[in-house]
Write a protein that binds this ligand. Structure first.
Ligand SMILES: [Zn+2]
Length: 607
């Protein structure tokens, strides 16, 4: 969080500035100039505002605050008199080229609006200032006047979902039902016949059958959302849509949307999710393919998709209290998302393969720069994923050092976590209550943990029941009561379902929530695939290294290496392979590619 605040946020703003994303709001582009404001530039700036706002909420910073105010003034000044706000279309409109809302299928117009709304909500929550919230409220009202099922309205919805979940957030801060209704309309209308994208294409004079991606599975618009049983298409779009469906299921008591979410969750998390919490193996559609299609070296697994998986699972967790959602959230947080940024906070992964021949590296920025500000906003707001409360209960979903101010029932408390998690399975929780109070503390017992113990004020608690992945401790809590949870965290070799064909005969190394990999920097054996883990291997020992990769626990132990002798000048031979013992070092996948370039591999052959 500190690196994000001190390095990533200033760096991303600078890149938004040098690439024209900030100046685009001045609407001074001329048609004879190259580089018109790109259709998704607004979303990059919006995600930066959102990330910077979350940072302000925990770290007041007058300079950052003033920078946000200047940018917000620029955005507000760009708004059209009718409330419309999009730099790409407004730049063209200034020159009489009015094309707004003519291609919702392809141009991210409402997606950009959604990100601006999320930014406005975050800035308001962090600062109490309403400038951006009012601006985006006006834009949302304008959008609500254009789209819907009333006479004279268009029955459209965005090709890239995002505005749906944003409108739910806008509803939650403004309490204006119309925003919730508009979100519900966008979700509910999606994929219905006659198909809006067919009609819209024909209105543009384009044959809808020539659509680049073929069917509308690409953006989850091939049928109505409640009829979707298998996840399809672009992974980020799917996650944002499903997040909105979960939100609406809760806000509108719509059981059918929750049922659809649960079905789609099994399709994603039980058949199409990488061990790292990455999703979407294919580059062709930046998204999903067939069940169990999880190649490692060619995995697309976009950073934004893993971020979206966190959003969706957090929402399902809030609705149901089921630990399986927290398990996926934790898997993605510690592996699939955080690997998206370098330890120095300056470089970013877009695609996140689980094996590399040494040529895949983080980059400074991307033309399509969705991932850098997405990981920035997740990191800046990660504290929001740790706890949930109810009248009579406090849920602890994640473990890390920190302090939280919470209210359970009528009682305010400071909750202090002290732990070396994820390097160590012992977690201390101190409840600083103003007065004694009866409630239940639900401690998450992660799916990877086979055994645990709980103590309260150093006295062991026996017969702790675990329900839906949470150990429940009900009692009358006293000020400064201290809970100690100890989660067994052995090194484990994980296997994939044999339907994941490339992983047959392979294993990955995991300890606690951390997925490990081998890197060339520690293992001078090329290719790394020559290394095999002996079957039933448990000889890898954890070793905390404060000096390495920002302070991580590495795993060290013996394995086997395929011998190379006798191959000179030969491509094939009829002779058994031979192996020799070798020492290996595994490092957390999330910190790979922070040293000299080299090979990386998560799934290793087992022998
Ligand atoms: Zn992205």
């Amino acid at each position: 969080m500190e690196v994000n605040r001190q390095v990533t946020l200033p760096r991303e703003y600078e890149l938004c500035e040098t690439t024209g994303r900030i100046a685009a709001w001045d609407l001074v582009w001329e048609p004879n100039q190259p580089n018109p404001p790109h259709i998704f530039w607004d979303s990059d700036v919006a995600k930066w505002i959102e990330a910077a706002s979350y940072s302000l909420a925990t770290h007041p910073d007058s300079e950052l605050s003033a920078q946000l105010d200047r940018l917000i003034a620029k955005i507000a000044a760009a708004q059209a008199p009718d409330g419309y706000l999009n730099t790409h279309y407004l730049a063209f409109e200034k020159h009489g080229l009015d094309r707004r809302f003519t291609n919702l299928r392809d141009t991210h117009e409402l997606y950009c609006a959604g990100h601006l709304i999320e930014a406005a909500v975050a800035h308001y929550q962090a600062t109490g200032q309403r400038t951006l919230l009012k601006t985006l409220g006006r834009y949302a009202d304008y959008i609500g006047s254009v789209f819907g099922r009333e006479e004279g309205q268009r029955r459209g919805y965005c090709g890239h979902e995002e505005i749906e979940l944003a409108l739910v957030k806008l509803y939650r801060v403004t309490h204006e039902q119309r925003y919730l209704q508009l979100a519900h309309y966008f979700v509910d209308e999606r994929g219905r016949q006659p198909h809006y994208y067919d009609q819209e294409a024909m209105a543009r004079g384009v044959d809808p059958r020539t659509y680049h991606f073929g069917g509308y599975e690409y953006m989850q618009a091939h049928c109505a959302v409640r009829e979707q049983t298998v996840v399809t298409g672009h992974a980020v779009r799917a996650m944002y849509l499903f997040s909105a469906m979960a939100d609406l299921a809760g806000e509108m008591d719509d059981e059918s949307l929750l049922t659809a979410c649960e079905r789609l969750w099994r399709s994603v998390c039980e058949e199409r999710m990488y061990l790292t919490g990455g999703i979407g193996p294919a580059a062709s559609n930046e998204g999903f393919t067939a069940a169990y299609d999880l190649p490692d070296e060619t995995a697309y697994a976009e950073t934004c998709a893993a971020v979206g998986l966190v959003f969706w699972n957090h929402r399902l967790l809030q609705l149901t209290g089921e630990g399986r959602y927290a398990d996926v959230m934790e898997r993605a947080l510690y592996n699939g998302t955080i690997s998206g940024v370098s330890l120095d906070g300056r470089r970013f992964f877009y695609e996140k393969p689980l094996a590399s021949n040494g040529h895949h590296h983080r980059q400074d920025w991307f033309d399509c720069a969705c991932c850098p500000p997405n990981i920035a906003r997740l990191i800046a707001s990660v504290g929001g994923y740790f706890y949930s409360t109810r009248e009579d209960g406090l849920w602890v979903h994640l473990y890390a050092n920190g302090e939280a101010h919470l209210r359970v029932g009528s009682v305010e408390m400071e909750l202090i976590q002290a732990t070396n998690y994820p390097w160590d399975g012992t977690v201390g929780l101190t409840l600083q209550l103003a007065q004694p109070q009866t409630f239940t503390v639900y401690l998450r017992i992660p799916c990877w943990c086979e055994s645990f113990t709980v103590e309260v004020n150093s006295a062991p608690v026996s017969n702790v029941t675990v329900h839906h992945g949470y150990a429940a401790l009900s009692r009358r809590w006293q000020p400064d009561d201290r809970i100690t949870l100890t989660l067994a965290m052995p090194v484990e070799l994980v296997r994939a379902n044999p339907a994941v064909r490339p992983m047959i005969g392979r294993a990955a190394i995991q300890r606690g929530p951390i997925v490990y990999c081998l890197e060339g920097a520690d293992n001078p054996i090329a290719p790394l695939d020559r290394i095999a883990l002996p079957e039933g291997h448990t000889a890898l020992k954890p070793e905390y290294r404060a000096d390495l990769l920002g302070g991580v626990t590495i795993l060290r132990g013996s394995a086997l290496a395929l011998e190379e002798a006798g191959w000179e000048g030969r491509l094939y031979r009829a002779q058994a392979d031979t192996y020799a013992p070798v020492e290996i070092v595994a490092v957390p996948y999330c910190v790979w590619d922070n040293r000299e370039p080299g090979e990386m591999r998560v799934w290793l052959r087992s022998k």
